[in-house]
Design a protein around this ligand. Structure first.
Ligand code: ACO
Length: 458
């Protein structure tokens, strides 16, 4: 060892989501809101959700085993395991320790890492921990495995259509095809009560919707400015939207992401107004006074429409089809981007990523994609292992809003019950999915697994 490892980044990635979804058009009608509010106003088409058969442990068990099997990785090759989640089923025992069930049969117990929590940012903090480990004197030459996973459910009301669920697993190592850029991370952290979960017996957050949007946009402004300053200090060129081939965001709902691209264009305009024709009247508009300024929002959304279509929309597939996956949302966006283009078109790309967690914690960082798109290249291997995502999205079961509401009520009722036997059907679960079989009187949770590869989709 001894030498500084080069090109630390993602060598393999896996995304899972629930096998059931509710259609947002049907939900609009069921909720009695005006047609288009969820689909056009929020930009959401489908929302994935779990029955009482799935919890945070089962989602994480599934995504870890899937990644290991699909990429032929041995458990002995993993030296660190990090979990980022805000879905808490136990105030003491970590999800990481539950995942040790998969490692112990292979004699693997020398494995660092634990859970990290701050709303939707925990996955990013877990990822940064993993990168630091690989770059440190503690690194033992093995892979780090990072899991970002959540079940996002809201009480009945305006936030409910912005739920979702999912998990992403990322294998981190040197000489990766997706390399994390050094010295450019721009972070912004503050104290805010925009979204939080003070009721430890409930899966639902308390949300100040308007404040959460303001916090998200102000975090975006601050992280982008910090990122640009750091990136510019490394080179000669100005950093702006044209510096990136793709821009991926944490996506609470797709419309906010589209507004965020406009917001970045507004930031670029503030730094270099003479480059923007016809927008002079916004020269004196201040960032901190315009979070809900309709004129600024519209002008810069129109101005950045092409940037959104080309550089961000491809990353919104999972967000639009599954919904907010909290910690997994940003990385579901990265996976969506990776499956949207030919490998040759991805090669050499610069990808900006914005991670936001309420409360608040946020970072903008970037990835440089390896220029080698050859048939046997690590990039080709990584992307080819994601060909199942689109067929699996299409293979999900559509459930009526009535049944969806009933299943959420059941989760509400039984969330912390012990002893408890789940009622949910397991027939619809994807092959290879772990599911909860029972919770005993000591609150210990037990899981079964649907046999893997019953069909080609797992
Ligand atoms: N057709 C088209 N558009 C419509 C329609 C319609 N029939 N009806 C409403 N709209 C538009 C509205 O004009 C609005 O657009 P705008 O955002 O450009 O103003 C949009 O749909 C949403 O409508 P609102 O009335 O603003 O929605 P509401 O206030 O009921 O709820 C909110 C939206 C606050 C985002 C809510 O869903 C929420 O609280 N979600 C959870 C919090 C969240 O996701 N915050 C984001 C960052 S924090 C995080 O990641 C959790």
């Amino acid at each position: 060892m001894g030498s500084w490892p080069d090109n630390v980044g993602i060598v393999a990635v896996e995304l899972i989501f629930p096998s059931m979804y509710v259609d947002q058009t049907e939900l609009e009608s069921y909720d009695g809101v005006s047609a288009g509010k969820y689909t056009i106003g929020l930009g959401q088409d489908r929302m994935g959700f779990c029955s009482d058969r799935e919890d945070i442990n089962s989602l994480c068990l599934t995504v870890v085993q899937r990644l290991m099997e699909r990429n032929n990785i041995k458990y002995t090759e993993i030296g660190r395991l990090e979990v980022g989640t805000e879905t808490i089923v136990d105030k003491s025992k970590s999800v990481k320790s539950v995942l040790m069930q998969l490692f112990e049969p292979h004699g693997v117990t020398d494995i660092e890492g634990i859970d990290t929590t701050n709303a939707c940012y925990g996955g990013t903090a877990a990822l940064f921990n993993a990168i630091s480990w690989v770059e440190s004197s503690a690194w033992n030459g093995r892979y780090a495995l990072v899991i970002a996973a959540d079940i996002a459910v809201y009480a009945q009301g305006s936030a409910r259509p912005t739920g979702g669920a999912g998990a992403v697993a990322m294998l981190i190592a040197p000489n990766a095809p997706l390399v994390f850029d050094r010295h450019v991370r721009g972070t912004y952290m503050k104290h805010a009560y925009d979204f939080y979960k003070p009721d430890l017996a409930s899966e639902y957050p308390l949300v100040d919707g308007k404040l959460s949007i303001q916090c998200y946009l102000s975090a975006l402004d601050n992280c982008y400015q910090s990122y640009c300053k750091k990136a510019e200090s490394l080179g000669k060129n100005a950093v702006n939207l044209s510096s990136f081939d793709a821009i991926v965001f944490h996506s609470p709902y797709c419309k906010l992401v589209q507004k965020s691209v406009g917001r970045l264009a507004f930031n670029d305009f503030k730094r270099s107004p003479d480059d923007y024709l016809g927008l002079e009247k916004f020269k004196d508009s201040k960032l901190e006074e315009t979070y809900f300024d309709r004129d600024v929002e519209k002008a810069f959304m129109v101005n950045s429409q092409e940037v959104f279509e080309n550089k961000t929309k491809p990353s919104l597939l999972a967000a639009n089809q599954v919904g907010n996956m909290y910690t997994a949302s940003l990385y579901g966006g990265l996976v969506s981007l990776l499956i949207s283009k030919d490998v040759a078109a991805l090669a050499g790309n610069k990808i900006a990523l914005f991670s936001y967690g309420s409360g608040l914690a946020s970072t903008m960082f970037s990835i440089t994609v390896s220029p080698d798109a050859g048939e046997n290249s690590p990039l080709n291997k990584l992307v080819s292992k994601l060909s199942h995502i689109k067929p699996m999205l299409a293979a999900r079961k559509c459930v009526s809003p009535e049944k969806f509401t009933a299943m959420l009520s059941l989760r509400e009722k039984n969330g912390h019950k012990a002893p408890f036997e789940p009622e949910g059907d397991i027939d619809h679960l994807f092959p290879g999915t772990y599911y909860l079989t029972k919770v005993d009187e000591m609150h210990r949770r037990y899981y079964g697994r649907i046999p893997a590869a019953l069909n080609g989709s797992a």
